[in-house]
Write a protein that binds this ligand. Structure first.
Ligand SMILES: [Zn+2]
Length: 252
């Protein structure tokens, strides 16, 4: 009797896990998606705190409109993604392992999901995606570490500059990570950091090929030559390719 009950409970838990995983891997684009943004004062500085304090939902309209227009072009009807500014969080997400070994990565992803679960508040409702925006004062931090996002769990830890001058490139980084949570893959080389041809290029058929004018969002950079590329400074300098749209399930 008790054994049967135990087995049934276990089966129900497994079923819930499986359903959640399936849902994370198959976004329903007929419904609006809420993306909750939690700012984090990553360097603990006053400059960063002042920047976080003046953030508002209005800043996110540009990113919302970008997704509307890109998805409209790609699939004929737009997908609706709404950004919500959540409360500030004081604790940084667990550090990404430097080594990149399989075991370290698995342990890190579990830690990150535990972190997200602990930060969750019932008042926040149930967002489709949660991004932790770690802000750094550009005077103290010249180079940001890589941002990361998980499709399973729909969470991302995004490193950004606490400065209005960087608000354009911040949005590019944020949307790149957001697309990861929907299943889009990187289209730049991990070795060289250069966009991969042709899938990482906004206009792979352009003649002459260089310089490219825009970046493919998952390619990450605007290629100026075979070896050189630059970071897009605003969303208008990027686009979403058909391949990236397919990976996210925007196209059938
Ligand atoms: Zn990426």
């Amino acid at each position: 009797m008790w054994k049967k009950i135990r087995v049934s409970i276990l089966l129900v838990i497994l079923l819930i896990v499986a359903v959640n995983a399936w849902r994370d891997m198959n976004q329903d684009w007929t419904k609006p998606v809420i993306v909750l943004l939690h700012p984090v004062n990553a360097d603990g500085s006053e400059v960063t705190q002042a920047y976080i304090q003046q953030l508002s939902a209005v800043d996110m309209i540009e990113a919302q409109d970008y997704i509307l227009s890109q998805s409209q072009q790609l699939r004929g009807n737009p997908v609706q993604i709404y950004f919500q500014l959540g409360r500030q969080i004081n604790q940084l997400a667990p550090k990404v392992p430097e080594t990149g070994s399989m075991a370290d990565t698995i342990i890190w992803s579990l830690k990150f999901r535990y972190y997200a679960w602990r930060q969750q508040e019932s008042a926040d409702g149930r967002p489709g995606v949660t991004l932790y925006l770690n802000y750094y004062d550009p005077k103290q931090t010249k180079l940001l570490k890589h941002s990361v996002a998980l499709q399973r769990g729909k969470i991302g830890s995004v490193n950004l500059f606490a400065s209005g001058r960087h608000s354009g490139s911040n949005k590019v980084v944020m949307l790149h990570e957001l697309m990861h949570t929907f299943g889009a893959t990187d289209k730049y080389s991990m070795q060289t950091g250069q966009p991969v041809f042709p899938e990482g290029y906004a206009a792979p058929d352009q003649q002459p090929l260089f310089p490219q004018k825009r970046a493919e969002l998952m390619g990450g950079y605007i290629p100026l030559s075979n070896q050189k590329s630059i970071t897009p400074s605003k969303l208008e300098d990027t686009m979403i390719s058909t391949l990236t749209a397919q990976e996210m399930g925007w196209l059938k």
